[in-house]
Write a protein that binds this ligand. Structure first.
Ligand code: N2P
Length: 361
């Protein structure tokens, strides 16, 4: 009797020690969460959260295809998710562990279904558009009151870029978004997988290449907010975060974001569990925490991206749910395009072209 009681006690102590040491490792985009949520997760669940960030789908994809990343939750964009599902990089969600799935929004899940049929492998975290952020007073000083801040003309017309170069122009280092934008600008199908069509993006970029100061996918938030640059081709919420940082600094910088009127890309960032995740149970706890309506709303209210959670909408700030740059109207939605993943052969064409564009020769 005594022995078995001792064993029992030791068992509890061991379980407690294991619970204390439990960790979940999340790899998400930079500037993409309200960090107080990370503490809240640890407090509510007792799980240690290791939270790392990236700013490039290509960087994440390299880790996913190599395997052994050590992460429990990662956040590829829909097109990359689809390719990585096909490569066997993810495990199916155990939906019985995700009661908060009931909060998700069918309008978004019907769209993410194209990348992940049945939404078997991922939940939508956030979605947004790829467009243009500007320091309005600076642009108007250079190009006049009628500066085309809502048009791809601003950044793809060499005569505009020649004038803007002095105040600083950054582009995303994201070939799967920057090539489609240039194709859209010249009236081609932005989702073309035809190498001959894709090649038409090259002269568009080469004509403006001397005027691009940098290709980078996260530094532009502060650069725009500080007034170090006056134009950034970037992601909607990031530019709206720059707007807030500038307003707080009261430095005369006034940032505006536009999804260009000719058409802009819409994308969906998806939370998925790697096939070799060390703690898939913890990953499910994290996903369920994120799908809590108040948590999801707190994240969107902080980073100015829309989310795929219908129930969170009751908790969204008016300047988030009411801002058409974040939650576009039906009409504006029609002007947004989506893309499909490039096949490996086409991807190589795109990667080579992008390297050439960046090097400028
Ligand atoms: C957050 C960028 C996320 C959007 N900084 C890229 N899909």
């Amino acid at each position: 009797m005594k022995t078995s009681l001792l064993t029992f006690t030791a068992g509890i102590a061991l379980a407690a020690a294991t619970a204390q040491a439990e960790e979940v490792r999340v790899y998400n985009w930079s500037d993409y969460i309200d960090e107080s949520l990370l503490e809240k997760f640890e407090q509510e669940t007792g799980i240690d959260l290791i939270y790392d960030v990236f700013d490039s789908n290509e960087v994440l994809e390299t880790k996913m295809l190599a395997g052994g990343s050590g992460y429990d939750v990662v956040v590829p964009t829909g097109t990359f998710l689809q390719r990585q599902i096909e490569a066997g990089s993810f495990q199916k969600l155990d939906k019985s562990k995700l009661p908060n799935l009931e909060n998700m929004w069918d309008v978004i899940s019907s769209r993410t279904d194209k990348y992940d049929p049945g939404n078997e492998y991922a939940i939508n975290y956030m979605w947004g558009t790829t467009g243009i952020g500007v320091n309005v007073p600076k642009i108007q000083e250079i190009l006049g009151e009628d500066a085309p801040i809502d048009s791809w003309d601003l950044v793809f017309k060499p005569e505009n870029m020649e004038k803007l170069a002095a105040c600083g122009v950054y582009f995303l280092d994201a070939p799967s978004e920057m090539i489609p934008a240039a194709l859209k600008y010249i009236g081609e199908d932005p989702d073309s997988h035809d190498p001959d069509v894709i090649a038409k993006a090259e002269p568009v970029y080469m004509a403006i290449r001397p005027y691009i100061s940098k290709f980078h996918s996260s530094e532009y938030i502060n650069a725009l907010a500080n007034g170090d640059i006056c134009v950034a081709v970037g992601w909607s919420g990031d530019i709206l975060q720059a707007r807030d940082r500038a307003a707080e600094a009261e430095n005369g910088v006034e940032v505006a974001y536009n999804a260009p009127k000719e058409g802009a890309q819409m994308w969906f960032d998806e939370m998925a569990i790697p096939v070799d995740a060390p703690n898939p149970d913890g990953a499910h706890v994290f996903l369920n925490f994120i799908m809590d309506p108040e948590n999801m709303a707190a994240a969107s209210n902080y980073v100015y991206y829309a989310n795929g959670n219908k129930a969170s909408q009751a908790f969204l700030a008016d300047d988030v749910i009411g801002d058409p740059a974040i939650y576009p109207s039906e009409e504006a939605l029609e002007n947004l395009f989506t893309t499909t993943p490039y096949e490996p052969k086409v991807q190589r064409v795109v990667t080579r072209l992008w390297t050439k564009i960046k090097s400028g020769s």
